[in-house]
Design a protein around this ligand. Structure first.
Ligand code: SAH
Length: 214
C-alpha cells in the first residue's frame, strides 16, 4: 500500500524543482494531469483482480508498455526536474496551455469512465481473466476503446503542456506505436473469445470516436 504513494512523493519533489526552474502554469497543469490519471487508475483497479486465464504477445506487450511509461512518465519528469532536455525547450503559443488543460480534462473524464465501466477486467497487457465478460455498456456503448481514446487525449495534452520539442510529443509518439501494434491483436483476441457477441458489438460501435446518439 505504502509503495503506491511513492509516485506522489517523486512528483512533489519534481514539481518543486520545476517551479523553481520556470513555466509555472504549464508545469502545474501537467503535474496535476499526471497525478490525476495515476490516481484514477490506482483507485479504480483492484489489488486482486481475477486470475489471468489467457495472455497474448506477452514479451512485445511488456516492451510496448515500458516504452509508453518512458514517453508519458520518465521523459516528462526528467524534462521538468532537470536541465537535460532544456536545449529543446520553446515558449508556448498564446492559448496553448489553456487548450492543453482542456484536452487533459476531457481525457481524464473518459479515462475515469472507462476504468469505472471495465472494472476488474482491466489489464495493462493483452489478457483475458477468469470469468471474463464482454463489456458493452456505459462508455463502452459509445466506442470500443474509450481507454485508448482517453490516453490519446492525455498524451495530446502532454504535447501541449510540455513545451519541449522532444519531450512534449514523446508520449504521443510511443502511445501511437502501442496502439498501432496492439489494436489488431486485441480485437482478434476478443473476437476469438466472444465470437458473434463481439461481431455484433463491433458492427454497432466505433473504435475510438464516440457514437453520439445512443
Ligand atoms: N481497449 C479497451 C480496454 C483497454 S485495457 C479500451 O481502450 O477501453 C486492455 C484489456 O481490456 C484487454 O486485455 C482486454 O482483455 C480487455 N478488453 C478490451 N475491451 C473489452 C471489452 N469490451 N470487454 C471486456 N474486456 C475488454
Amino acid at each position: 500500500m505504502i509503495g503506491k504513494f511513492i509516485p506522489y512523493t517523486i512528483l512533489a519533489v519534481v514539481t518543486g524543482a520545476a517551479l523553481w526552474r520556470d513555466a509555472p502554469y504549464a508545469t502545474l497543469s501537467l503535474v496535476m494531469l499526471m497525478m490525476a490519471w495515476y490516481t484514477i487508475r490506482m483507485m479504480l483497479t483492484s489489488d486482486a483482480p481475477p486470475d489471468v486465464r489467457e495472455e497474448r504477445d506477452a514479451k512485445r506487450e511488456r516492451l510496448l508498455t515500458s516504452a509508453v511509461g518512458v514517453g508519458m512518465i520518465f521523459v516528462p519528469l526528467i524534462t521538468l526536474g532537470t536541465p537535460v532536455f532544456d536545449s529543446a525547450a520553446y515558449s508556448p503559443l498564446p492559448g496553448q496551455v489553456l487548450l492543453g488543460g482542456l484536452t487533459g480534462l476531457a481525457g481524464l473524464y473518459v479515462f475515469w469512465r472507462s476504468h469505472a465501466d471495465l472494472g476488474q477486467l482491466w489489464s495493462a497487457h493483452l489478457e483475458l481473466r477468469e470469468g471474463h465478460t464482454l463489456v458493452t455498456s456505459g462508455i463502452y456503448s459509445r466506442m470500443r476503446h474509450p481507454m485508448y481514446t482517453a490516453i490519446f487525449l492525455i498524451v495530446t495534452a502532454q504535447a501541449l503542456l510540455l513545451t519541449n520539442w522532444f519531450a512534449g510529443p514523446a508520449g504521443l509518439v510511443v502511445f501511437t506505436l502501442l496502439y498501432a501494434l496492439r489494436i489488431g491483436p486485441e480485437e482478434r483476441m476478443l473476437a476469438d473469445q466472444f465470437g458473434p457477441e463481439w461481431e455484433a458489438y463491433a458492427r454497432r460501435t466505433p473504435r475510438l470516436l464516440p457514437r453520439l446518439r445512443a
